[in-house]
Design a protein around this ligand. Structure first.
Ligand code: MRU
Length: 367
């Protein structure tokens, strides 16, 4: 995507073949700051401290983290240690494990002296393929938008609600939930996005609003609790959200609060679509509620709100008594029965074992 005339991806390899560049997303929307990742530790901290976040981008960063680590030591022991360190950074998004497994599967059989270059190339391929995948998700999601447009009077705006940031910042480019929106906007289809603020870290407010604004997509920021009201009053035509992990039977784990939006959508007959690359499907599990580990983060993210003051200086505000006990579950699970459909790179399917198996038979039928 373009920022002030320069094309950016959310992650890129520098020409030295040793350094990876990222956008520090903790500084958005008030400052656009890029950072170099030069060591395995840099890559691990970038993921755990959420300089980068969003399931596909976490995976891409982990792949580059392995490549960086192998430049220093490409032995089996060093590979295993890098895998362990990166895998421990965040527990819920399965793309992290997917990307690490891809590196091990492809690089382990290679002789030690050639591993680092090969891992570097593989990480770049994972990024390129993410971009292609998200573009395809967008094309399939665009079909859903067009179908709704066809049922509306000519030129009437289509209202989409989204939660968290499943935008280009959460992937390498395009985003998943935003890809159909960007593609519709590029075609001149009138589209407007309700952006959930997404407490506690406010990825909707700080990242999705920023992205959509940069691309001129009309949008309105709403508090997390507004979605039900908007749906009751016919102000939402469809929901597009992302996923951090989807079970083989179509249960969807995404940012905390997604489940409540799905309930409201069901009650109001609003289509609720989950957009995801197949690397987000955990083919080994079937019951999202029982089998997906839900990340619990520092309670300070709930009790303190970060922002900037009138002078643009970073600041934090305490919003409850200092001693109030706090819990901070980062994700929740939306059962497949509440999901209208899964929008993947191979098309739209029902959120079910049969639906996924039809699109991805080679994955679903693994022993
Ligand atoms: O905690 P985050 O910001 O990493 O959570 C991100 C989300 O929940 C996204 O919706 C999900 O990763 C899908 S991104 C295409």
């Amino acid at each position: 995507m373009k920022i002030d005339g320069t094309s950016y991806r959310s992650i890129w390899a520098e020409d030295d073949g040793l350094t990876v560049g990222i956008i520090d997303q903790t500084r958005l929307p008030h400052a656009f700051v890029t950072r170099p990742l030069k060591t395995l530790d840099d890559a691990a901290v970038a993921i755990s401290d959420m300089w980068v976040r969003g399931a596909p981008l976490i995976g891409a960063t982990a792949a580059y983290g392995m490549a960086i680590a192998l430049r220093k030591d490409a032995s089996d022991a060093a590979m295993d240690e890098a895998y362990r360190i990166l895998h421990a950074t965040r527990p819920t998004a399965i793309n992290l494990k997917w990307a690490l497994d891809e590196v091990i599967r492809n690089i382990r059989p290679i002789d030690v002296g050639s591993r680092a270059d090969a891992a570097w190339t593989l990480a770049a391929e994972i990024c390129d393929s993410d971009v292609e995948t998200n573009h395809s998700i967008g094309a399939h999601g665009l079909g859903l938008i067009k179908a709704i447009a066809a049922r509306k009077p000519d030129g009437e705006t289509i209202n989409v609600l989204t939660h968290c940031n499943a935008g280009w910042l959460a992937t390498v480019d395009w985003g998943t939930a935003t890809s159909p929106i960007y593609q519709a906007h590029e075609l001149g289809i009138p589209i407007h996005v309700w952006v959930d603020e997404t407490r506690p870290r406010n990825q909707g407010a700080s990242l999705t609003s920023w992205e959509l604004g940069r691309h001129g997509v009309p949008h309105t920021l709403v508090v997390d609790n507004a979605g039900g009201h908007l749906m009751q009053h016919g102000k939402v035509d469809l929901c597009f959200v992302g996923s951090d992990r989807t079970t083989a039977s179509g249960d969807v784990c995404n940012k905390i609060g997604t489940y409540l939006k799905a309930l409201a959508a069901r009650d109001n007959g609003v289509p609720f679509y989950v957009t995801l690359p197949s690397s987000t499907v955990d083919w080994t599990i079937h019951d999202g509620l029982k089998e997906i580990p839900i990340e619990e983060r520092n309670g300070e993210e709930v009790s303190w709100i970060a922002g900037v003051d009138n002078e643009g200086k970073d600041t934090k505000v305490l919003i409850c008594p200092k001693t109030t006990p706090v819990s901070n579950f980062a994700f929740d699970v939306t059962p497949s029965r509440l999901v209208t459909g899964l929008v993947t790179e191979r098309g739209v399917c029902s959120a079910s074992r049969a639906g996924l198996a039809k699109l991805f038979p080679e994955m679903a039928n693994q022993p």
